[in-house]
Design a protein around this ligand. Structure first.
Ligand code: ZN
Length: 98
């Protein structure tokens, strides 16, 4: 199975923001945990957050601040989600490359 963010179901995509981990300007993939997806052996339930982002450059996984997640989840347009870099909390680097 190809291990891409697409394969596990994306919620949407962020507007361009600067990745707190690698410092590059990227459009992050946004994932939602409420459908019970497991991220490459990582159980997102353990984090108790709604939305996650993945940097396409460094494959860092971030969770999104709960208040920001709530607002984003209300919207119907999941493209170009406005996620402030300050609302991201680094979790880990996902083994996506290679
Ligand atoms: Zn990055």
């Amino acid at each position: 199975m190809k291990k891409t963010a697409d394969a596990i179901g994306t919620f949407g995509e962020s507007t361009t923001l600067t990745c707190p981990q690698c410092g590059k300007d990227v459009n992050m993939k946004v994932l939602r945990s409420s459908n019970g997806i497991g991220l490459f052996g990582v159980s997102v339930y353990n984090y108790k957050h709604d939305l996650f982002t993945i940097c396409p450059e460094c494959c860092a996984l971030f969770n999104v601040d709960a208040d920001v997640s709530k607002d984003l989840a209300k919207g119907t347009d999941h493209l170009f989600l406005d996620i402030p870099a300050e609302s991201l909390t680094f979790q880990q680097i996902l083994p996506l490359k290679g």
